[in-house]
Design a protein around this ligand. Structure first.
Ligand code: PA5
Length: 475
């Protein structure tokens, strides 16, 4: 397989099938062609807005597939060294500084990667620690050897309490164990000028990668935030960027019929306007399970806003929900099929899984079991995916399917760029600031105040003056 050839790349093109969003297939709750035609101009305006602002302000992420040649070489050289020197690679970060590396790891590495023998892995054991649960920190320390571990501390702001607390724990541990050599075990990925991590990196001489200006946390997977961990795992980061560029090319026209990301944005926004306040992301592949997590943050944090760009109150957004096919057919799908008409389901389907697994013949005297024999698990999961989409449509529920011909670096790059563009277009249609997160910042500030950080005295006073909780409301 020549991953550079035009033929291979077009065979790996993602497609979006939205038949089951339409009235013709699902009935009353579906769109008529005319409904989508009516949004043509709005869609074209959203396209122009995104196109005009590419590479400016907080839209630096649009250029990541094209402007990282030198950085990628540095990443590859660093990754090679990490693989040579370390047995464990641990990402410390949260939100946009963690979800991408986790999703890519899950999608492109063996599903039990850390349990494989070293000879069967392309890189060190891999962990992403995106919480400050003390039990989880202890659990990590129980399974790694700090003197054989490289810690990649990732924070755009260089100030996030969770990540900096992890940094303090880890650097203390390394200092005690390794003294002067401790700094060789930390790689910082952060803003080139702002925040505390860059100061610490300079002070201690850590190897540092920069998160470019104009690339916010949730749009940062295709910069060193995601590329370094992926390269350490031996993944082809150039192919991932090529996939993103390919999707960018597929989205270069302002028409819903010719731009998959614009089509997805229009479908979702149109559905939201009809009360579809819940967007379910349901991959039919364990490898894509955590891609749904990454998407949920991107969609929720970007679109959940209370004010328009013109300063008008709005309270928009759609609650993203993650589900897994087929597992959640036995859990959530009952609700999706018969509950309130408030959801759009997006399926992620895979054309060719990396393995084919036969289901052997057996139990011939029990026809209800025997019928499975002779098929493959691949056929079974594909049939269940098709059947669920159909059953939802039959129940009048809007759903559409993004098909990945296979899961690899190229298709993953396409998928992530598709979602990023979809989010940018949807944000433009909703006329909100897609790139800020005042709700997240509010929580960060309250935490600083509660922990007595200097400069947050007024916030602490505000928290202290909140009405005292009453006993009667605790049972
Ligand atoms: O998308 C975002 O901006 C946030 O989710 C951030 O990624 C998250 O809060 C972590 O921030 P930082 O990378 O500054 O530590």
């Amino acid at each position: 397989m020549n991953t550079r050839s035009k033929e291979w790349r077009s065979s790996m093109r993602l497609s979006v099938n939205y038949n089951y969003m339409m009235k013709k297939f699902i009935g009353e709750d579906g769109f008529k062609d005319a409904d989508l035609s009516a949004m043509k101009e709005e869609a074209a305006n959203a396209f122009s807005y995104v196109d005009k602002n590419r590479g400016t302000g907080m839209m630096g992420w649009t250029e990541l597939p094209y402007n990282q040649k030198e950085i990628v070489e540095d990443i590859l050289a660093t990754a090679k060294e990490v693989r040579r020197k370390f047995k464990y690679f641990v990402v410390l970060g949260i939100g946009g500084s963690a979800l991408g590396p986790i999703a890519v790891f899950n999608a492109l590495c063996h599903l039990h990667y850390n349990d494989l023998a070293p000879s069967k892995r392309r890189g060190p054991k891999f962990y992403v620690e995106d919480n400050v649960d003390p039990e989880r920190m202890q659990a990590l320390l129980d399974v790694i050897e700090p003197e054989k571990t490289c810690f990649n501390v990732i924070t755009k702001s260089g100030a996030t309490s969770e990540t900096m607390a992890q940094y303090l724990i880890v650097s203390d541990l390394l200092n005690k164990a390794l003294g002067d050599k401790a700094s060789e075990h930390i790689i910082a990925t952060t803003d080139s000028a702002k925040g505390n991590l860059i100061k610490l990196a300079k002070q201690h001489g850590y190897k540092t990668f920069y998160i470019p200006d104009g690339v916010g946390g949730r749009f940062s997977e295709l910069c060193p935030v995601g590329l370094l961990p992926a390269a350490v795992l031996g993944l082809d980061v150039k192919l991932m960027l090529a996939g993103a560029a390919y999707m960018d090319g597929l989205c270069s026209r302002p028409s819903i019929a010719k731009n998959p990301a614009l089509a997805c944005a229009v479908l979702q926004v149109a559905a939201m306007r009809r009360g579809k306040n819940v967007g379910v992301m349901m991959p039919y592949a364990d490898s894509l399970k955590l891609m749904a997590d990454w998407y949920c943050q991107l969609w929720a944090e970007s679109l959940g806003k209370n004010v328009t760009l013109d300063g008008e109150p709005c309270n928009v957004g759609q609650t993203p929900v993650k589900a897994l096919g087929v597992t959640d057919q036995h859990s959530q799908v009952q609700l999706y099929t018969e509950g309130p008409f408030d959801k759009v389901v997006t399926f992620l389907s895979v054309g060719n899984y990396r393995t084919e697994f036969d289901i052997p013949h057996g139990c011939e005297d029990i026809p209800d079991v025997a019928f499975l024999g002779g098929h493959t698990m691949n056929e079974l999961i594909a049939a269940e995916n098709k059947a669920t989409a159909y059953a939802l449509a039959k129940a009048g529920r809007q759903n559409y399917t993004i098909v990945l011909p296979a899961v690899n670096e190229f298709t993953l790059g396409q998928l992530m760029f598709l979602f990023e563009l979809q989010t940018a277009y949807a944000g433009a249609m909703l006329n909100i600031d897609t790139y800020n997160q005042p709700g997240v910042e509010a929580g960060k500030q309250a935490t600083y105040a509660l922990l007595g950080k200097k400069g947050y005295e007024a916030k602490k006073a505000e928290l202290d003056s909140a009405p005292a909780e009453e006993e009667k409301y605790t049972v």
